[in-house]
Write a protein that binds this ligand. Sequence first.
Ligand code: PXP
Length: 261
Amino acid sequence: MNSAKKIRLGVNVDHVATLRNARGGRVPDPLRAAQMALAAGADGITAHLREDRRHIHDEDMRSLKEAIDAPLNFEMAATEQMLDIALRIQPHACCLVPEKRTERTTEGGLDVVGGRDRLAPFIDELSRAGIRVSLFIEPSLEALAAARDVKAPVVELHTGAWCHAIETGETAKAEAEFARLRAAAAEAERFGLECHAGHGLDFDSARRIAVLPQIVELNIGHFIVAEAVFIGLEASVKQMIAAIAEGRGGTSPLSGEGRGL
Ligand code: PXP
């Protein structure tokens, strides 16, 4: 039995906006999705305002902040424009992510080691505005040490490589990636960093990663929205919450538990 604290679930509503933007109209509305996710038990809402505004728009961030009565996690690149917007909107949290125009989704973690000098003032300014800053990083010890050095209070471990290895049936790689995540979560705790995780998680991988006791928040979007197409958003969020609780409770009957398989 795992005695660690409950894991918070932040539901990422970006892909509700992706669907809306496919027709350029107003439906489906990411705010309605956020309200429904919260009513289903999610602990917070996450949205990524990308430089190219391909899904979430500025107005979405404003209306999310105004209308939801729960923590809003604003994912953003570390640019002056995004800093200005974040300082105006005053979300509960900002997660700094790397951004490339040509990528389909956030492909890797932030280069905190190479970007220390550039990131430190962003973290400082957001923190002074009362916004909790997290850095989206690869589960590497170097990135964690750099996150500690730039005084980020929180790190979010990128689970994408692990999830991809599971999806493609690369068992050895999945085991190795999970070992990295486990070591990084333990190291985050030693460094006094709050530990979150996300990217590419589905019901099964969310259940598996919930076993790591240092992780206190998961941010999940694409799979929840994709599953909602078939079972509805409320059911999708509820099933995700149940999967996470099952992993954290250590009650999963499936094999491979603890090895990330
Ligand atoms: N966390 C961060 C920092 C992300 O950039 C994303 C993707 O926007 C997610 C979590 C959610 O990933 P997914 O949509 O694959 O669940």
